[in-house]
Write a protein that binds this ligand. Structure first.
Ligand code: NCD
Length: 403
């Protein structure tokens, strides 16, 4: 694929690119996790809450489906995907967006040597939004430049949403991860039924605060090749007084890469790099100290024969959860995983699923709300959602405590 025509644009630092992916104070394309600054995250989490609440009733769901019923989306997933694909599809359905899909480019005209960039331009003729996943790291970014060039020439141009690019970026996964962590660290304060748990928790954990600031986040597993870790760590680096603990096997290809490390240091994140979940910092086991644990699988599908051979000597048991390990964790600390988990390696054995800290299935469901919120934001439907909420409940979402 010839992406070289965008080379000078690709070669710039990210901070120079992001303004081109916005319009009228909104995201136009969602390509990088760093596009999610704190105000946008807060806003998107709030929209996701509103959509979640309205979806509880048939009437609410019917109204939500009217919001974007005039839009069509193409889901172009050239890499395996279950959750991301289905949750984007469900998000479209929640908002009334009609979807179509290409999941296997070998069934498209790409077998007739059509370039993927031509495919994208063709989709933009029929659809109002393109959600895509590619194994080519910068493909979604190039598609966004293609759309911007078309817009500049007064031609049809549609938003591009990155559903996972190479080993580099997975911005919407970071969005749903933050939504899940934020909901956990509200400690029930927004729910009408349960009074805030934080007072009880503070008896045991005296420094505990609401929200994502002042927390210790641990990431475990294949940190070198996992795009979800890269995107989430980038987004979390904006929060105050953040510590990150990276637990990966002792092989450079699986560990935190220097670019991300440098970025986190530049954001004043305190970093620890360790080679076992049983490791300690200042004599205290990390599992007792962390506020959130993000597990990942070893992504064997990317192994070269040389990598596979060198990984033989690694003891992966240091990167798997066990009952004993979970027991050491704080009562409220969520266990997240982007999934899929590896059923053979069992980095999270199924016996952990019943633990109240196991948040990964809720995290996947939150992906649907968070992605619907993002699509509504991109398609400029948020004001209408606020109107709908007020009509429905007689109060604005800001006034209503029952989120
Ligand atoms: C991940 C991905 O594809 O990057 N899954 C996901 O999107 N939920 C992680 C993985 O495949 O391990």
């Amino acid at each position: 694929m010839d992406l070289s025509e965008f080379q000078w644009q690709l070669d710039r630092p990210i901070r120079m690119k992001t303004a081109e992916f916005e319009r009228e104070g909104r995201l136009k394309h969602c390509i990088f996790a760093s596009q999610f600054d704190r105000p946008l995250l807060q806003k998107t989490c709030f929209i996701a809450d509103m959509i979640r609440v309205l979806s509880r009733t048939r009437e609410g769901s019917n109204k939500l489906r009217e919001l974007l019923s005039h839009k069509r989306a193409m889901l172009y997933f050239a890499q395996p995907s279950t959750r991301t694909f289905l949750s984007f599809m469900a998000a479209c359905q929640i908002l009334g967006i009609t979807c179509n899909e290409v999941r296997d480019p070998s069934l498209s005209s790409e077998v007739k040597k059509e370039s993927p960039l031509d495919s994208i331009r063709m989709f933009s003729s029929y659809f109002d939004l393109i959600i895509m996943r590619s194994n080519i790291t910068q493909f979604a970014e190039c598609c966004a430049y293609l759309m911007n060039d078309l817009a500049q020439n007064s031609m049809r141009s549609v938003p591009i949403v990155n559903g996972g690019a190479g080993s580099n970026e997975h911005p919407t996964q970071a969005l749903l991860d933050v939504y899940t962590i934020d909901r956990t660290f509200q400690f029930g304060q927004k729910e009408a039924s349960s009074k805030s748990r934080i007072m009880d928790l503070r008896r045991k954990y005296s420094n505990l605060t609401h929200g994502l600031d002042n927390k210790i986040y641990a990431f475990c597993g294949d940190l070198g090749r996992g795009r979800t870790v890269r995107s989430l760590a980038t987004v979390l680096s904006q929060y105050q007084n953040t510590t990150m603990v990276f637990v990966a096997p002792p092989d450079e290809t699986l560990q935190l890469d220097s670019e991300l490390r440098d970025h986190l240091i530049s954001k004043n994140v305190q970093i620890y790099e360790l080679d076992s979940l049983d490791a300690a910092i200042n004599g205290v086991p990390i599992l007792k100290q962390i506020d959130c644990l993000y597990m990942t699988r070893i992504q064997k599908e990317h192994d070269t024969p040389e990598m596979a051979a060198s990984y033989q000597s690694l003891d992966l048991s240091h990167f798997k959860l066990t009952r004993d390990r979970v027991e050491q964790m704080k009562d409220y600390a969520p266990i997240l995983h982007p999934f899929p988990r590896d059923s053979e390696e069992a980095e999270i054995p199924t016996e952990i699923d019943k633990d109240p800290r196991a948040m990964y299935f809720r995290q996947a469901r939150n992906g649907m709300w968070a992605r619907a919120a993002l699509l509504l934001h991109i398609c400029d439907g948020v004001d209408q959602l606020h109107t709908l909420y007020k009509e429905f409940y007689g109060v604005t979402a800001e006034e209503s405590l029952v989120i």
